[in-house]
Write a protein that binds this ligand. Structure first.
Ligand SMILES: [Zn+2]
Ligand SMILES: [Zn+2]
Ligand SMILES: [Zn+2]
Ligand SMILES: [Zn+2]
Ligand SMILES: [Zn+2]
Ligand SMILES: [Zn+2]
Length: 368
């Protein structure tokens, strides 16, 4: 760097960002955007889901402001209500939940009327509420994010059955994969295994590195019960289990087992279309074609500088421009200053002003 630069401003030294740091940051942003699309691509941010009844699976939120002001009434709200009816409140994201009907403005949240669907029944009697609705998660009953957590990374895993969230260190068993790969696995928590002990037979923790055998009773003409033929797990203690993609297809479907699922109210959970992967696939497909103009006017002002630019340009365009920019820089001294970055963003913004992009913007409150 030339010494001239420091003489222009003695007090303020320019912050230096390396090319790889910046690229890493952009990859993180892109992954976050994909995650938000997978989760919220199915959300209609202007229509309360109440009229759909108990929705098979939807992104669900808890308003902690209303919980704290409402004598601790447990309630869950849909994405549109989080966005429109509780916009300046503190919102907790519960990821997705099954068979829940929006409580916004009903007897549990009566001090905060619903702007989208005001005349709800007083309660939704089939809704199930757990400690997540008080802002507490896992067997340790801690908030998320946990300001008192001793570890910086407190990522959590959701149980496929009870839908509570767990710290990996509180599952009672080690993760069968690296922490960052764990989201490719489904998990059923120990409490659910104790409730439905037959599920221990389906633990795939040991087979994570080699594909599970597909000689399922489902494929056979005369289905024999897998639980009887596979009694190697009989002496096993009941612990958290992990399942690989497609595990629903590997469950025994003999007459006795199907009755067991029915009696345990697990039939819907074991349906293929209950898979979270299916929900995300649909969400990603839907969010490809959302009309950005309308969403932009609502949301753009609330987004920070970098996010705005991503939204305006689309992440792919953005990356292309950036790689051109970085190539130019690499041919120079290879060092990026804060000023370089500001100039880059300003030029990019100018270039794209007339272009209309279609990219999904999650509601402001939908951010974790
Ligand atoms: Zn709603
Ligand atoms: Zn609220
Ligand atoms: Zn509402
Ligand atoms: Zn915990
Ligand atoms: Zn569970
Ligand atoms: Zn069976």
């Amino acid at each position: 760097m030339s010494t001239n630069q420091t003489t222009t401003n003695d007090e303020e030294e320019e912050e230096i960002v390396t090319c790889s740091e910046l690229l890493e940051q952009i990859d993180d942003e892109e992954a976050e955007l994909d995650r938000e699309r997978a989760l919220y691509g199915n959300c209609d941010t202007d229509t309360c889901t109440y009229s759909q009844g108990y929705v098979q699976r939807q992104a669900l939120f808890v308003c902690m402001t209303c919980y704290n002001n409402g004598n601790g009434q447990l309630a869950g709200i849909c994405a549109a209500c989080a966005f429109h009816c509780h916009s300046n409140h503190e919102i907790n994201e519960l990821y997705t939940r099954r068979f829940f009907r929006c409580d916004c403005g009903n007897s549990k949240l009566s001090h905060q009327p619903c702007k989208l669907y005001p005349n709800k029944d007083p309660t939704n009697t089939a809704n199930k509420y757990d400690d997540n609705f008080r802002g507490l998660y896992c067997t340790c009953k801690r908030p998320y994010p946990d300001k008192e957590s001793p570890t910086a990374d407190d990522s959590m895993i959701q149980c496929m059955i009870c839908e509570d969230w767990f710290h990996s260190q509180h599952l009672g068993v080690p993760l069968p994969m690296e922490e960052n790969e764990a989201d490719q696995l489904d998990m059923i928590c120990q409490a659910c295994i104790m409730k439905y002990p037959f599920l221990i037979h389906y633990d795939e923790s040991r087979t994570i590195t080699s594909p599970p055998v597909e000689n399922n009773a489902a494929a056979s003409n005369s289905p024999a019960c897998l639980l009887i033929s596979n009694n190697s797990n009989d002496s096993k203690e009941l612990h958290t289990i992990f399942l690989r993609d497609g595990w629903r297809k590997r469950l025994c479907c003999c007459v006795q087992c199907r009755k067991l699922y029915d009696d345990s109210n697990l039939t819907v959970v074991f349906n293929d279309d209950d898979a979270i992967q299916e929900y995300e696939k649909q969400a990603l497909a839907k969010s490809e074609n959302l009309d950005a103009d309308k969403i932009l006017t609502d949301s753009l002002q609330k987004l920070d500088h970098v996010k705005k630019l991503e939204v305006l340009h689309g992440i792919n365009e953005f990356k292309k421009s950036l790689s051109d920019f970085l190539r130019d820089k690499a041919n120079g001294d290879g060092i990026l200053t804060a000023n370089d970055v500001t100039t880059f963003f300003a030029e990019l913004q100018e270039k794209r002003k007339e272009q209309k992009r279609t990219i999904f913007v999650p509601p402001d409150n939908c951010k974790s």
